[in-house]
Design a protein around this ligand. Structure first.
Ligand code: 164
Ligand code: MG
Length: 370
């Protein structure tokens, strides 16, 4: 692939609206964009979804910079990369640090697709020409505020509404939303806010006709989720617990979930995400693509992955304008009536808005590969 240079950009983008989960509230997003250049000047782009603090997993923007500079780029320099599928194997000696790995690997996948002059979706084996998407709504200050937000997204045609829940903001709130919107595809995401002691409380979700409840229990649990799934009819979807194909196999074998949320960064990159997808297809487990408040570059990678056939449930990849005053890609991601047309251009299929990328870049470093 004639890789010549890696650039690490640290960006900060203000969110249009605060986003609150059971962990806390975000008003802006700090993240990394990785650029990988080849000898012909082609550039592949990847995005790390790590947050500034280690609340979602053990990684942060700062740990990512350290891992990329000190371990991942040197690993690329050991011997030439001829295909992006080699990258996850090259990084396998490093434990976890999946978001750092994913950002570099994703840039190499994008570059490879551009070298082949094919869409990233095509080189990944994708089949869909358009994808259905939903939207994720953070915890709001009042039920009225939530209902108003749900109404706006339903009016926009999003195919599924994901509502953040936590103790004290769950059953009654979801019951009110269900009363106002009896037919919408609706789910709750708990981000590990509950324990098995809440089992009887959580069983009340079964009356609300949810498509799933996402990650109700501990972030690294598979055993207790099995006990909870046995007690509930609502399908459990695992997010934070699934870091690899091995985790997915354990969760499916134990019956700990009936749905898996695949996030490229959480599992270490597109190659592992494909492996999980393929296994879930064999096991008849529906998957969807979760979001991590990405910029347009991460969003573009999510769109390409979502074209694979087992992505049968709407994911979190809503329009750029749902998050950002201005995105760093052109055109921006637009979901028309909850549907995104998969780009047909080479690689991620979106151009970079260079002016916006510069505007939001707060730091950068470049490493020559030879
Ligand atoms: O990008 C999106 O719109 C999804 C945002 C979202 O729901 C999440 C982002 C990051 C961590 C979590 O709070 C949550 C999730 O678990 O999916
Ligand atoms: Mg989640």
């Amino acid at each position: 692939m004639n890789l010549k240079q890696v650039t690490i950009r640290r960006l900060n983008m203000a969110l249009k609206a605060p986003f609150t989960t059971s962990f806390g509230t975000f008003t802006d997003r700090e993240f990394l964009i990785i650029e990988v250049r080849d000898g012909d000047g082609k550039v592949g782009y990847g995005e790390s979804v790590a947050f500034a603090s280690p609340w979602y997993n053990e990684e942060t923007v700062d740990t990512n910079v350290h891992m990329i500079e000190k371990f991942l780029v040197p690993a690329l320099q050991e011997k030439p990369i001829t295909h992006p599928e080699e990258v996850s194997e090259r990084f396998a000696f490093i434990r976890r640090n999946n978001m750092a790995k994913s950002a570099v690997e994703g840039a190499i996948w994008d570059l490879y697709a551009k070298q082949q002059n094919k869409p990233l979706a095509e080189v990944l084996g994708g089949v869909a020409k358009q994808i259905d998407v939903g939207v994720s709504i953070g915890i709001k200050d009042s039920v009225e505020d939530l209902i108003e937000t749900v109404q706006s997204h339903v009016d926009a045609g999003y195919k599924r509404i994901k509502i953040k829940i936590k103790p004290g903001w769950d059953i009654d709130v979801l019951r009110e939303v269900r009363k106002q919107f009896p037919t919408i595809q609706m789910m709750g995401d708990a981000n590990s806010a509950y324990t098995l002691e809440d089992l009887d409380h959580l069983k009340q979700l079964d009356d609300l006709n949810l498509t799933m409840v996402e990650q109700p229990l501990e972030h690294d649990d598979i055993i207790d989720h099995r006990l909870l799934q046995e007690a509930m009819t609502t399908p459990i979807c695992l997010d934070e617990s699934i870091h690899s194909l091995a985790d997915a196999k354990k969760a499916i074998a134990l019956g700990s979930c009936k749905i898996i949320n695949i996030k490229i960064g959480r599992v270490g990159g597109l190659t592992e995400a494909k492996r999980i997808h393929d296994y879930c297809k064999e096991q008849d487990i529906p998957v969807w693509c979760g979001g991590m408040l990405e910029s347009g570059i991460g969003r573009a990678h999510n769109i390409a992955l979502t074209t694979l056939p087992q992505f049968i449930l709407p994911g979190d990849t809503a329009s750029s304008a749902n998050y950002w005053h201005k995105d760093i890609i052109s055109p921006e991601v637009v979901a028309e009536n909850g549907v995104i047309q998969v780009p047909t251009g080479a690689g991620i299929g979106y151009d970079i808005n260079e002016e916006a990328l510069e505007e939001f870049t707060v730091d950068r470093s470049t490493i020559e590969l030879d």
